[in-house]
Design a binder for this molecule. Structure first.
Ligand code: ASP
Ligand code: MG
Length: 409
């Protein structure tokens, strides 16, 4: 018998039939003797619908009242699921975040959880009840309703699992796990049995949007074993765990997955003097404009001058370009160029730590396809390249094949 925290996302509770199906599923876990805490999202589309209503009143609506509005979505699903459980003969009880109580800071629309009082939940579990908690919400120290940012129900699930020291936090969603890469790009992508927190964070931050990043960070910090599973099909899903936990499950692969990000744009300022403070003078105005810089490459200078290239989010391209042109005048740079038709492609794997040669193998595979690499950056468990966007699909497939990701290692 285990204590499980399960989270069901918007699609999983998107209609009455689906809520009834979730109740069947939760009931089956309960029948196996598990203590059950269930976190739910709002019905799919509901949070967007509420935001739209708010915008009709005030296009800039945000802050406290938006949170009061948005949390109603999850209040609907906790009540409906609890009714469905009771109808099936399972004693159950619903709680909003504030009732639990999940205390957050006061940063409306993107609050962070500070503490969880789990007394009521533990009491209910001891009385044989299934506890259903509204995801994505809490209250600040003055009892103002807060929300945790879009996708925040994942974080609620993980935080409750940590507070209750649950055996596992299971995130039920519309995909059946974490894949070696996006199956829409590579149909031969394979579901991973397990992946480490670090790898998952790299994959997620690069655009494999299965889980809210913050939830993964939280799970890593509190060592909560996290599992992603499908609400609609049977299966083991993907276990996200520490390196040690993953090794117990499978022999560690060199490369676990290929992530990519289509939202990048590249900027170059050429012919600036190679003197101390140059990087700061170039990137200072960019960060002052609140633009995040991702990859950075600076040439080794030949005759005292150098070229400086970096990437930003595509949405920030125009602003960054304008800012860089200003900087170029001041620094008497030769020219400024930009390209917003690039993508970033990354190999991710903790196995890279102990194996040399992965990078050169990657470059060879891309070269064989005639794909030009424009920028390279590496970390301990990741190698990223910037390439022309038209080669994204080709690059992903070639690497998937080249690193033999479709077969279980
Ligand atoms: N309902 C919220 C959203 O759509 C929270 C969640 O689903 O995790 O962002
Ligand atoms: Mg979600």
């Amino acid at each position: 018998m285990a204590l499980l925290v399960q989270k069901y996302g918007g699609t999983s509770v998107g209609s009455i039939e689906r809520i009834e199906a979730v109740a069947d599923k939760v009931g089956a876990y309960r029948d196996q003797g598990n203590d059950m805490v269930v976190v739910v999202s709002a019905m799919s589309g509901e949070t967007n619908r509420l935001i739209e209503l708010a915008r009709q009143i005030d296009p800039k609506a945000r802050g406290r009242e938006l949170d009061v509005l948005l949390t109603t979505g999850e209040q609907v699903t906790i009540a409906l699921l609890t009714m469905a459980l009771e109808k099936r003969g399972y004693p159950a009880r619903s709680y909003t975040g504030g009732q639990v109580k999940i205390v957050t800071d006061s940063a409306h629309n993107k609050a962070r959880i500070k503490s969880i009082n789990h007394e009521k939940i533990v009491g209910d579990l001891n009385n044989g009840k299934i506890v259903v908690v509204a995801g994505f919400q809490g209250v600040d120290e003055f009892d103002n309703i807060t929300t945790l940012g879009r996708g925040g129900s994942d974080t609620t699930g993980v935080a409750l699992a940590a507070a209750l020291k649950a055996d596992e936090c299971q995130i039920f969603t519309d995909v059946d796990g974490v894949y070696t890469t996006d199956p829409r790009v590579e149909p031969e992508a394979r579901r991973l049995d397990s992946i480490t927190f670090e790898e998952m964070l790299e994959m997620a931050s690069l655009g494999s949007k299965v889980l809210q990043i913050r939830a993964v960070e939280f799970a890593q910090k509190y060592k909560v074993p996290l599992r992603v599973l499908s609400s609609f099909t049977e299966g083991e899903g993907t276990l996200i765990t520490t390196e040690y936990g993953a090794e117990k499950t499978v022999e560690q692969a060199l490369v676990s997955g290929i992530a990519f990000n289509r939202d990048e744009a590249q900027l170059t300022i050429a012919g600036v003097s190679d003197t101390p403070g140059i990087a700061y003078q170039i990137l200072g105005p960019i960060s002052d404009a609140n633009i995040e810089v991702d990859m950075i490459v600076q040439n080794v200078s030949a005759e005292g001058d150098t070229d400086f290239t970096f990437t930003v989010h595509r949405n920030d391209f125009e602003t960054a370009f304008a800012s860089l042109k200003e900087t170029a005048k001041k620094l008497k740079a030769r020219e400024v160029t930009g390209n917003n038709r690039i993508v970033k492609l990354s190999l991710v794997g903790v196995g890279m730590r102990s194996h040399a040669g992965i990078a050169s193998r990657m470059f060879q595979i891309l070269a064989n396809e005639g794909i030009n690499i424009q920028m390279i950056s590496t970390s301990e468990i990741k190698i990223s390249v910037v390439i022309d966007e038209k080669y994204l699909e080709l690059g992903v497939r070639a690497l998937h094949e080249g690193f033999d990701l479709k077969t279980e290692s």
